[in-house]
Design a protein around this ligand. Structure first.
Ligand code: UN1
Length: 516
């Protein structure tokens, strides 16, 4: 078993089967095999939960919620503070595990766990600031206020690409709000789930609070569907594809539950002729090749002003060719593998389709032969980061879709209005960016009328990925409309109650209605 797994105690974990006898099917006989995407070889297997297991877990969550909500919020914050510190102690190991099981480079794996630590710190402060408002009553001797109350067990569904932090954003805030979490992770990253959740659960348990953090590892058919249909979860927070989000929204909507959806992105950068092109280049390369193009915030489309387009494309191609691809755990690697062989196929299909639709291949476009990479990465899912230039009429239907791979489509424009229209002309609305030296162009992009970027995240002179936790994170249109992480996203994990008290002795109706 890999050292990193051992360091995190996964070799002795009752759910983990240390040496899976190499079946290539990801789910069979009640287990899921976790593969290292850099080698294609199994890391370990994990016993799957069934619908009955989920039912038992949900019952425990409901009981835990009834206890946890009575713990004063700042005391809940104290538990979250200790959890954040426990993650601090395991930052290096957990970050390495993210790199090992998910395939992002170690610096990004560690950065991801840092996001969980940051949101834990944020949540500690928030635990003393679950503010409601008071408002003047229109009636004499009446008082009005609103208060925020715990909501219940929250079902947290996460994707493979941020296998630690997205849970962190949800779980740390939900916990200070008085909710308990049941986490249903991607079956591609069960080991990170177990390691992460165990750290939080152990800290909370040792402080006297059992079952605040639980997980269920199972298929969508067996446990995902049952979870979203279960009324014991007043809220489902789901991160993943638009297809998955539609299913969650329809099932949860049917029972009039709440959803927090963070779905696909198709993020673009506009580069104006007056931009600092060195800055734009570095940001665009990180945004498009970072995490091997597997962030929901990855830069997928680039709109270049016609006067700088050719020069910028040439510089971009040179930069792409120097990006070191390889083992995510090796120093100096900038791009690791895609998550699975299917992801490589989706990448190849998108590249082929783009070319059929008239795009020209600027750089990349294929698999990397792992035998040419240092180390034994023979079964790894490596591809070359790819730039494709749309035909002169800018018509490229494939660019309207999110392919979870490092593919950047380039378009050219004449006026900023035209660029913004093309920028907004996709179904998704997560992240967006403009590079410009002019405050007029920047403000046009951020137009408070809403006529600028239509995304939930809009950046000026920085790339589309790499959000800080302090802001609300999420997007519009098919991205689902949810907001996680900072600002007032905590409100999604609570229910609002408007409270009115008559402290006088007279019967008074609002709107001046007399009823005597
Ligand atoms: C995701 O890809 O689901 O802004 C989240 C970013 C990260 C979060 C990405 N902080 O790129």
């Amino acid at each position: 078993m890999h050292d990193i797994l051992r360091r995190l105690g996964l070799d002795k974990h009752p759910r983990v089967i240390a040496d899976p006898t190499g079946t290539e099917t990801p789910e069979s006989d009640g287990v899921v095999v976790s593969f290292n995407p850099a080698t294609g070889r199994p890391l370990a297997a994990v016993r799957l939960d069934t619908a009955e297991d989920l039912d038992r877990i949900t019952a425990r969550a409901a009981a835990a919620f009834d206890r946890w909500r009575r713990v004063p919020a700042p005391k809940r914050g104290e538990v979250v503070r200790c959890i954040g510190n426990a993650f601090r102690d395991r930052l290096e190991d957990l970050g390495s595990l993210v790199a090992l099981e998910m395939g992002k480079i170690k610096a990004e794996g560690v950065g991801e766990v840092q996001e969980t630590i940051d949101i834990a710190d944020f949540a500690v402060g928030q635990s003393r600031m679950l503010y409601g408002k008071t408002m003047p009553s229109e009636r004499p001797l009446h008082a009005m206020k609103e208060q925020w109350l715990p909501l219940g067990p929250v079902g947290v569904i996460t994707a493979f690409n941020f296998p630690n932090a997205v849970w962190g954003w949800n779980a740390m805030l939900a916990a200070v709000c008085g909710d308990v979490c049941v986490w249903k992770p991607s079956l591609l990253t069960p080991l990170i789930t177990i390691a992460t959740n165990d750290i939080a659960e152990r800290v909370a348990r040792e402080m006297g609070h059992e079952d605040v953090f639980q997980y269920v590892i199972g298929t969508d058919a067996a446990v995902g569907e049952a979870m979203i249909a279960d009324r014991r979860y007043p809220m489902i927070s789901a991160t993943g594809s638009c297809r998955m989000g539609r299913r969650v929204a329809s099932v949860v909507g049917q029972r009039l539950g709440k959803c927090l959806l963070e779905l696909g992105g198709n993020n673009a950068v506009i580069i104006e002729p007056d931009a600092d092109l060195d800055l734009a280049l570095k940001s665009t390369v990180f945004g498009s090749v970072g995490t091997c193009g597997q962030r929901c915030t990855t830069t997928r489309r680039l709109y270049l002003h016609e006067s700088i387009a050719d020069e910028f494309v040439a510089r971009l191609a040179r930069a792409y060719e120097t990006v070191r691809i390889g083992d995510p755990l090796s120093e100096g690697t900038l791009v690791g593998p895609l998550i699975t062989a299917q992801a490589v196929e989706a990448f190849e299909n998108a590249v082929a389709t783009a070319q059929e639709q008239g795009a020209s291949l600027i750089t990349g476009g294929g698999r990397v032969d792992p035998s040419r990479l240092p180390g034994d990465l023979s079964g790894g899912h490596f591809v070359t980061p790819t730039v494709l230039r749309a035909p002169a009429n800018n018509r490229l239907p494939i660019a309207m879709e999110e392919t979870f791979a490092p593919i950047l489509y380039i378009f050219t424009y004449r006026t900023l209005d035209e660029a913004i229209a093309m920028h907004n002309g996709v179904d998704q609305g997560l992240s967006s960016a403009i590079f410009t030296g002019s405050s007029r162009s920047a403000e046009r992009f951020l137009d408070p009328s809403g006529a600028g970027s239509d995304c939930g995240l809009a950046y000026v002179n920085l790339g589309t990925s790499g959000a800080e936790i302090g802001g609300a994170f999420g997007g519009e249109k098919d991205t689902g409309g949810g907001r996680e992480s900072g600002s007032d996203s905590w409100k999604a994990y609570m229910r609002r109650q408007t409270c009115t008290t008559n402290f006088g002795e007279t019967f008074a109706l609002a709107q001046g209605i007399r009823f005597e």
